[in-house]
Ligand binder design. Sequence first.
Ligand code: C5P
Length: 208
Amino acid sequence: GRMIVTIDGVAASGKSSVASGVARALGIPYVSSGLLYRAATLLGQEAGLDLNMTAPLLACLREHPLRLEPLAAGNRVWLGQRDLTPDLHSSAVDRGVSVVAAQPGVRTWVDDQLRALTPPFVAEGRDMGTNVFPQAPAKFYLTASPRVRAERRSRERPEDVAAIEAALIQRDALDTTQSAPAPDARVIDTGPLTLEQVITVITQQLPA
Ligand code: C5P
């Protein structure tokens, strides 16, 4: 049917791997909202913009439209023929993205693109269950301790675990206003669970 499953959570809680696995189990696409915030950040950085200023950033995004491709195997973001995806998980984008995502104008730009997608899909981010798809019938919120998340992420970043953990704690603090579990979300501590176990917990909770 037209099912929307929302999976929100803190930075590096495993949201995109979990969303991808749940989507594969259901045979539907998943949508990574964070990639759009990351792509807006990269575009602003490459254009040399002050990331605190909404108007020039939105003008830049109008001139250079980005397209989120919600592939089941992994979402991609395109700028014309250029695939931005490989550049979206750098530490520079990690550092800039919260400031970009805190701006209401940028959030509207992302939300409009997400709401234009045709269900069914699994939507992953910070505010999918609270703000973008409050009507979704199945909502989840993933947590894990900063150390566990830093250890997972250290396999994808060049910095050491302590530096990654410090950056994650800082990004959590900057993201708190846009990241909270919906009242009807099931909160899952992924710390003691494997990826497959988290996927199973979620798929077993879904309405028939
Ligand atoms: O999920 P990911 O870590 O890739 O998201 C990158 C950043 O995008 C987050 O740190 C947050 O600032 C922002 N974000 C957001 N709302 C979402 C998804 C991501 O503010 N729904």
